[in-house]
Design a protein around this ligand. Structure first.
Ligand code: F6P
Length: 325
């Protein structure tokens, strides 16, 4: 028998991503439209553990659809990997008469939600939000499109200097474990070389690619490096030693990729996934990831989503090679 929901809670956890606010707004307003009470949890799983709860109404989410960051705030809370912390959090949730949680975040957050549900049986719906696009069960995460656009704009600016000064530029983008951001940015910026953490870094091959670019008459080279594959300053030194006559420079884009106004695509995705999260819980589903597949929202069992492979756009490497002649 499906227990009717009366109160849901919403939180954001892990690294922030543009569009989290649009997702919060969609969750809160669609829940209120269904006659549910909404509890906001501040600072993710830490707030759940410390019972940092407040009652939310429609006005709490006014004027936030266009804002980066998260009005609910976020922290990384590794303690949540320990059962005793999750048990205290579950106790707090029960005491506050919360019937289900909507959890907005990335891979680590989704794993926390699964463990929390498995311990407590409290229903959860995960809304994927991360600039890394590193979750199974969805083709896109909230924030990815915005981060790609931010990085593309930055790389375009750097290209001006690279071209004017005949320089080789290494541009480090985020992506500790996943190269999707680097793959999209590299292709969109017409980079010569993209380096991702999923493939072993081979300096001999890299030197060869730079030499080939030289032989093709290229006076400047753009290398897009995902942070998890190597560190830009070290790579710049190694390339400089191999090519002492070349001017090698690097730029680390860092946190500018995580902030800022969400693009239209990010806002629409966040809105649709947020509404679908409430619909999924209302149907009595207890542990799902709300994904985006083939142009529509889908509810994927969370365990299966986390066990499935992240879709990596490795085809972009072939296209980059094909076109950088
Ligand atoms: O949100 C994911 C991510 O951007 C990674 O690409 C990056 O390595 C990490 O977060 C850094 O986050 P923080 O410094 O906030 O822990």
């Amino acid at each position: 028998m499906v227990m009717p929901l009366k109160t849901i809670a919403v939180l954001t956890a892990g690294g922030d991503a543009p569009g989290m606010n649009a997702a919060i707004r969609a969750v809160v307003r669609s829940a209120l439209s269904c006659g549910l009470n909404v509890t906001g949890v501040r600072r993710g799983y830490r707030g759940l553990y410390e019972k940092d709860f407040f009652s939310m109404n429609s006005r709490h989410v006014s004027g936030i659809i266009n804002l980066g960051g998260t009005i609910l705030k976020s922290v990384r809370f590794p303690e949540f990997q320990k059962r005793e912390f999750r048990q205290q959090a579950a106790e707090n949730v029960r005491q506050a008469s919360i019937d289900a949680l909507v959890v907005i975040g990335g891979d680590g957050t989704a794993r926390g939600a699964l463990a929390f549900h498995q311990d407590s049986q409290i229903p959860v719906a995960v809304v994927p939000a991360s600039i890394d696009n590193d979750l199974g069960g969805t083709e896109l995460t909230i924030g990815f499109d915005t981060a790609v656009n931010t990085a593309v704009e930055a790389v375009d600016r750097i290209r001006d200097t690279a071209t004017s000064h005949d320089r080789t530029f290494i541009i480090e983008v985020m992506g500790r474990h996943c190269g999707n951001l680097a793959l999209e940015v590299g292709l969109a910026c017409g980079a010569e070389i993209i380096i991702i953490p999923e493939q072993p870094l081979n300096y001999e091959k890299l030197f060869q690619e730079i030499t080939t670019a030289d032989q093709q008459g290229k006076e400047s080279v753009l290398i897009i490096l995902a942070e998890g594959a190597a560190k830009a300053p070290e790579m710049a030194q190694i390339i400089s030693r191999q090519f002492p006559r070349k001017e090698i420079r690097y730029a680390i884009l860092g946190y500018i990729q995580r902030g800022g106004r969400p693009t239209y695509a990010t806002r629409v995705l966040a809105t649709k996934l947020g509404v679908a999260a409430i619909q999924t819980l209302m149907k009595g589903n207890t542990c799902h990831l709300i994904g985006w597949q083939n142009g529509q929202t889908v509810a994927v069992p969370l365990q299966a989503a986390l066990a499935s492979r992240v879709k990596l756009q490795t085809g972009n490497l072939d296209l980059t090679r094909l076109l950088s002649i």
